[in-house]
Design a protein around this ligand. Structure first.
Ligand code: XIL
Length: 319
């Protein structure tokens, strides 16, 4: 898929993964290690705050190291995921009491250390991207009321981007979120955030559009929506693509899923500032969907047995 993505434009195609998957499962390993299939990897969990800074100032990169080395060996570029997110936080952040300057200092130390880590250790550091902030806006367009916002307002967002840029001048710095594939209050809020950050000289380079979608329920104007971001001077990437269905799957649903994958991929392909696509794992065997959305699943382009589904061919058709 990466070879096909590279053919017309310099797009990448990648996948999220967990260390246990490529270390314990040979059939899985044989698919993921091929950079002609996946030119980019995202750690689904290994770089999250709870795993990298479990206590204040104590950084542990054992899992991240294993992931980075794996990508290096395969010649795959990286997406760092993520610096600041309201989930998978260690208790000291989640339950802590902070003053504004304390939370900003914690955010700066965390983001700065992660980006310093990735610039020193990752292959092709200049091509890497980072989800610096993840899911900071609610579906209604208001800011998410998490520990960071409740303590600092929106100051933590600028602080995270500035610390990331100071640590790594080359990585592309992103805000990443779901439900921004089509227009609505959340997209408008992101447009406003981009404008504000740019006006203040905050280094934001891209918007990550997660694209956790539902079969038969795609927004109708994904291409125009991607363009609405690139017009503001940022690049876009589809960062966590999967297209789930209510189980059990049927041949009709799988055929619709193929079409939907093609639609999403061709939208990125059509937009000059869309740099690539990442699926949130490539096989239903390890998808996060069944564990999160009761009764739903089969969201990936490979099935539970590592066999290609119609969706795989939809991706090829989209490029
Ligand atoms: C998910 C992982 O895939 C799961 O293994 C974990 O238990 C929870 O997080 N949006 C994101 C990702 O930005 O970090 C989430 O990943 C999926 C939703």
């Amino acid at each position: 898929l990466n070879a096909v993505a590279k053919q017309h434009r310099k797009l990448y195609f990648g996948t999220a993964t967990n260390n246990e998957e490529f270390t314990n499962d040979t059939a899985y390993l044989n698919v993921i290690k091929d950079s002609r299939m996946f030119g980019q990897l995202t750690a689904a969990n290994s770089m999250k705050w709870e795993n990298t800074e479990p206590s204040p100032g104590q950084f542990t990169f054992a899992d991240a190291d294993q992931f980075v080395r794996f990508a290096q060996r395969n010649g795959q570029i990286l997406r760092g995921h993520n610096c600041v997110w309201h989930q998978q936080l260690p208790d000291w952040v989640l339950d802590g009491t902070f003053t504004e300057s304390e939370i900003l200092a914690a955010v700066e130390r965390h983001c700065g250390t992660l980006l310093e880590y990735s610039i020193n250790d990752a292959l092709n550091a200049s091509e890497d991207s980072w989800d610096v902030v993840n899911e900071v806006i609610n579906d209604d367009g208001t800011f998410r009321q998490d520990v960071f916002f409740n303590t600092s307002g929106t100051k933590y967002i600028a602080a995270a981007f500035r610390a990331a840029r100071a640590a790594d001048p080359h990585a592309k710095l992103y805000a990443n979120d779901f439900n921004i594939e089509g227009p609505g209050p959340k997209v408008t809020a992101y447009h406003n955030l981009i404008k504000t950050l740019k006006k203040e000289g905050v280094p934001i380079d891209g918007i990550g559009i997660q694209a956790h979608l539902i079969v038969g329920q795609l927004p109708s104007n994904i291409t125009e929506n991607l363009e609405s971001f690139t017009k503001l001077g940022v690049e876009v990437a589809l960062t966590e693509l999967d297209i789930r269905m209510t189980l059990p799957s049927t041949p009709q649903l799988l055929a619709q899923q193929k079409k939907d994958y093609e639609t999403v991929i061709s939208a990125c392909n059509a937009v000059k500032g869309c740099v690539g696509v990442t699926v949130w794992d490539f096989t239903d065997k390890y998808s996060w969907v069944p564990g999160t959305f009761t009764g739903e699943g089969d969201a990936c382009p490979w099935d539970d047995n590592l066999q290609k589904k119609p969706a795989f061919f939809g991706i090829i058709d989209g490029f």
